[in-house]
Design a protein around this ligand. Structure first.
Ligand SMILES: [Zn+2]
Length: 206
């Protein structure tokens, strides 16, 4: 028999518990709170998720999240289009934007190479990065991936791909200054440290 007095309650708890970092106890608390809201308030909550899933997609150019074809950063005329910062995910774009220290464009890989998890270059937005290099006036690629073994592997792979892409003008490749602690994901690095490590970025060396 179920622990819950209603199958509907159990279903809702299961949905919340499917989110990362939310156990069944916390899930139950959220669901019970929902029950105290008006029907209309719950509808607003649920609809915002449905609308998000339906209308938000990935920027055609940098794979950031947007509700248009191109994200606001790619569309902006104020950004320095010679710089492209390569990051693992959309949260990293937000972290770097929050520093206010970077004015170039981005390229979101959608992950990093991780043989243990079965993630290879073909699963990531690598080809589209190389295509951008042939199409856009990019002079510098800033690798801003986590300083983990997977991050290093991905940096090395990208560097090789860029060097071997047969471009007329191979861009300079740089990486964040190592102010970002080893193993830290960008998301958890404080803004000042992150901002400084972009400003003081160093040449990428194998
Ligand atoms: Zn974009």
């Amino acid at each position: 028999m179920s622990d819950y007095p209603s199958i509907l309650l159990e279903n809702a708890v299961e949905q919340f518990a499917s989110l990362p970092g939310i156990g069944r106890k916390t899930a139950l608390r959220h669901v019970l709170r929902m029950l105290r809201l008006s029907e209309q308030e719950v509808e607003v909550f649920a609809n915002s998720l449905v609308k998000l899933r339906k209308e938000v997609h990935y920027c055609r150019q940098c794979h950031n999240i947007t509700d248009q074809e191109l994200c606001p950063i790619c569309q902006s005329t104020r950004r320095d289009r010679r710089l492209v910062c390569v990051v693992e995910n959309v949260q990293d774009v937000m972290s770097i934007e929050n520093t206010g220290q970077y004015n170039g464009l981005y390229h979101v890989l959608g992950g990093i190479i991780s043989p243990m998890d079965g993630i290879g270059p073909a699963d990531l937005e690598v080809d589209s990065l190389i295509e951008r290099l042939g199409r856009e006036p990019i002079e510098e690629i800033i690798l801003a991936l986590p300083t983990t073994m997977e991050g290093d592997t991905t940096n090395f792979y990208l560097y090789r791909r860029i060097q071997n892409a047969g471009l007329d003008n191979t861009p300079k490749v740089s990486q964040l200054a190592r102010g970002v602690a080893i193993g830290n994901e960008l998301e958890y690095t404080d803004e000042i440290t992150l901002g400084r490590s972009i400003v003081n970025r160093i040449d990428f060396k194998i």
